[in-house]
Design a protein. Sequence first.
Length: 497
Amino acid sequence: MQLDQLVALQEQEATKPTTMASLTSRLQRLGEQWRDDHTEVNEKGKAKVPRVTPRAVADILEKECHFTNIGDANKQQLFIYNMAEGLYMKDKQLINRLILSVERNLNMRQCRDVYFYLETDSKRSNLSDRKELIIVNNGVFNKNTKELEPFTPDHVFISKISTNYNPNAKEPTMQGWRFSKWVTELSDGQRDKETLIWQMIASAVNANYSPETAFFLIDDGRGHTGKGTLQQILINLVGEQNCASLKLKEFDERFKLATIFGKALVIGDDNDPNSYVDSVANFKSVTTGDVVSVESKGVDALSIRMTPTIIQSMNGAPKFKDITGGFKRRLRAIKMLHQYDTSNVNRDIKDKYIYDNQVLEYILFKALQIDLDTIIETTESNQTIYEIALDNDSILDFFESEIVELSSTRLPITYLFNLFRCWCDINNSPTKIKQRTFTTRLIPIMEKAGWQYNKKDLRPLEGFHSMDLDRLKRMDKDGRYMVTINEHNRQGLFFKE
């Protein structure tokens, strides 16, 4: 190698690429250097220029790029750090382009060999879960220091938002319209509701930390409530390329989770209130940031923890098979009740203002100041979630319809279970639930109402009233569910003082 070439190479070594284009150019030069170093000249003076071997290509890439495997030990995939985006990406096409930048004459099998070496040599990393670090379009905002830090491969992020952080952002006023005032309008003067809306926005911009909460936006189907505009603002803030569309019932469909991989925000628009959601297992897992299996067609499954903010829009609540406490605790409902006058609509709000960078940078600036340690529970949200549960949880509905009407202070489980089965038949919804499951699900409902549960040490005695047994007799026309209660036998029962 000549002196001028050596000097040029040393200068290149001192200046690491800062863009994918400069990285590609550097890899091309390193490939040329390898071929120069390994070229042989025979006795006739004819040079034999070799191809860069797959192993050598992998060595060059591992020195110049940042690779890691993400997923659990059995279901992981190779990711490469994209310095332009500040993200690790599952981008096999990009990796193949970089392979061919080093040696363009490799065939498909040899490219697969390089990929194998990269997968095998790379360590496995966990996604960054430091909630104080929020990756925005122009860097990483540190909530603790209030400073914008540069992108770095040391943080394993796979999603971000597309709005820049501007430390000098101020709220613009556009022909009298201000975003903060508009949020107040949506809240109809309810301060806790306004806080919840802002927390939802703050959650959406924090793409790599899960507050373990999903949000339901619910209106009565009349329209002109601002719901669609609010959703579009969130999409603009996060960036359309960083959003995915997935409705409640689609979360457990095969291959659907792959569509939300690497996304910061998932919006399910216009969920059908008449649809039946058979399983919410994946919905709950994604909401809480638990590991899920992501499967794409023709690609090995990946086990990974995803942390997008989930927002589901609906005109009424869908029907759920599972509406247990663990699910309900993860939900916050925002009723979109404000009605805008259609005869006096400023079209620029929806067409221009919510796309304006000044507006988006202000929203981001304010959202970054909001605490997400505890997502507020508004009275409206609690009542709405309770009503959803009542419509979907037969045991809760039974409690509200029947148990609250009973006069006894000691209620045997056997009696309650038979009363429940009879009640289900009367309401044209026969149940196959087992007594143990019934008891398990009833306990937290009863305890919340002041009852205590004793498995086998208490007797009903005078605490169980004959009028409550008569209630079952009147309901049970066919005598299918009548039960004899021995008041002196120890048995499982609920009691209250």
